[in-house]
Every structure is written in structure tokens, then in C-alpha cells.
Design a protein. Structure first.
Length: 165
């Protein structure tokens, strides 16, 4: 009798543990929007990354929107994926780091593609917004420096210098 009770209790405990393990790995809930920010601070903009993350934390993710940032910082010498949560601390980023990627080349487009793929799997949404954070002038081929993609130097026009006849 005691052996039967022990076996029954063991089976019940195992079933309960397996159920909890499956529930812990359940698919994430689809939200209306997921905002992805690819924030490369491995440059002179590093101080602004913390300030901009703190601005995002004023609102944070909601039940309808996930805000996820792949954040490179010279201060930490690492790339981290952060799920932005609401807080009122203007000096500290308190949002949880969901993944630490260590040293990652944020200039390699394949890492942007991987970030989007990862976020699509982990933060499903009906709509996605991707922000490639930087100086704000976008990516374009420089006409002043052929073969190089960069921020447009002063005095260099994006438009061709020839006129239509």
C-alpha cells in the first residue's frame, strides 16, 4: 500500500513538473506592434544610447506593444538585447537584458537580419517597426567618395551634378 502511494505521488509530481516546464516555454502572446531598435553605440554616439533608452523607458512596453532594443555600448563593451519596461529613473537603464551577445559587429548587416529574425520569434506582433538608430541621415552611397557608404560630407549633394537636357 505504501509503495503504491509512493508511486502514485511520484507520477503525479512528475506530471506536474512536466506541465510547468511546458507552460514556462509556451509561445509568446502576439501583440499589435513590436518596435525594434538597432542601436549601435560603438562610436561617438555612445552617451546618447543611454539617454535614448531612458526616454523609451518613460513609456515602456505595454500589453499592445513590445519595445526591444539591440544595444551596443562602449561603456559595457558588449551588445545586449533589452526588453524595454516602464520606469521613471532618468539616469539608469533598468529594463531587463534578455540576451547578452558580447562582442558583436553591429556594422554587419547580417546581425541586423538576425536581430529581426530573433525578435519575430520571441516578440510576435501583427506589425513591426524597425529603427536603425544612428545620426539620422540614413544609409546611402556617397557621391563624393565612390564605393563608400557613409554620412554625407558637408558640401556633397545626394543629387547628380548633371542636368537633364
Amino acid at each position: 500500500m505504501t509503495l503504491s502511494l509512493f508511486r502514485g505521488f511520484s507520477m503525479l509530481s512528475t506530471t506536474f513538473c512536466l506541465f510547468n516546464a511546458v507552460a514556462a516555454h509556451a509561445a509568446p502572446v502576439e501583440k499589435e506592434w513590436t518596435l525594434l531598435v538597432y542601436m549601435n553605440g560603438f562610436n561617438s554616439l555612445d552617451d546618447f544610447t543611454t539617454a535614448d533608452l531612458n526616454e523609451m523607458e518613460k513609456i515602456g512596453s505595454t500589453d499592445q506593444t513590445s519595445i526591444v532594443v539591440q544595444w551596443a555600448s562602449l561603456q559595457t563593451k558588449a551588445v545586449k538585447r533589452v526588453y524595454v519596461t516602464k520606469d521613471q529613473d532618468p539616469d539608469q537603464v533598468t529594463s531587463p537584458v534578455v540576451q547578452n551577445l558580447g562582442q558583436t559587429d553591429m556594422g554587419d548587416y547580417r546581425n541586423l537580419v538576425e536581430f529581426v529574425r530573433w525578435a519575430h520569434e520571441n516578440y510576435p506582433a501583427k506589425h513591426y517597426f524597425i529603427d536603425v538608430w544612428n545620426h539620422g541621415s540614413g544609409w546611402h552611397r556617397s557621391r563624393c567618395q565612390p564605393g563608400r557608404r557613409s554620412v554625407r560630407p558637408p558640401g556633397c549633394s545626394r543629387r547628380p551634378s548633371h542636368r537633364a537636357a
